[in-house]
Design a protein around this ligand. Sequence first.
Ligand SMILES: C[S@@+](CC[C@H](N)C(=O)[O-])C[C@H]1O[C@@H](n2cnc3c(N)ncnc32)[C@H](O)[C@@H]1O
Length: 287
Amino acid sequence: MNQLSPRAFDGPSEYPYTRADFEAIAHMVHAHAGICMPESKAMLIYSRLTKLLREKGIGSFHDYTALIRTDAAERTRAIEALTTNHTKFFRENHHFEHFEQHLRQPFIERLMKGGKLRMWSSAASSGEEVYSLAMVLLGTDKSQAKRIAESDVALLATDLADHVLRAAETGIYPGNNGADIPARYGQLWTTSGTGGVTVARPVRDLVRFRKLNLLNAWPLKGQFDVIFCRNVMIYFDEPTKERLLDRLADQLVVGGYLYIGHSERFIGPAADKFTSIGQTIYRKDRA
Ligand SMILES: C[S@@+](CC[C@H](N)C(=O)[O-])C[C@H]1O[C@@H](n2cnc3c(N)ncnc32)[C@H](O)[C@@H]1O
């Protein structure tokens, strides 16, 4: 870090941006969201925050970092702008295939006997992940789907960033986003317009979206049968991942399933409670 001059980030940019500014912002996003932003992300920070400087009429990153030190609302906006929200329908499809082939039927039997099912998409971004899961749960038989929808089933989808949650709640996905939805689900559970696809009501009605920072307290009632926590731990350091996995373990019923992202690993003491039963799929076998 130190071999660069303090003003190495200035370059030809519109707003003065120094190493000290970068370090202050990286420190803040780590402290509040757990997200690690090494020096290789310095220009990413610059490009993601310039819009906020412009909106505020602030002329330098120095002044902006001073602002977000004291203005909690602006700090939240900055952190949200620094999140990476990339996702898509049926991403890492082997998870949805596993759910369909191994979990769906027993869960439906439980629901039809009056039991309950709770699932959580814990870094939901704009909702494609949780809607994919809801579509697989409802399946392709409309009358069975109606019975499932009327049973004691709920999907919770949470994220740190407000803007993605607001987009998710609309159920509207512009452009080509719907192309990743297998036709058998797309035909039943989306409607297409010129601008993209809209997720159908029965799917949307299964899901509640809430703002939740995985680093903070979780105001959750009860445990879950399934948790998706995919492609968020990649941004965290090892102690944060361990702590998160430990808390996720507590939030799962014994016999519940945890799905994590393709480049993530189960680390820390909570791993002893789990059995790896497939690629990045874990079952909690011990309390
Ligand atoms: C790359 S997306 C992953 C979306 C989806 N799980 C998937 O795999 O396609 C990562 C999401 O994690 C969210 N995120 C980052 N830090 C978070 C935190 N501390 N608490 C909750 N969500 C967080 C971001 O806002 C972003 O929407």
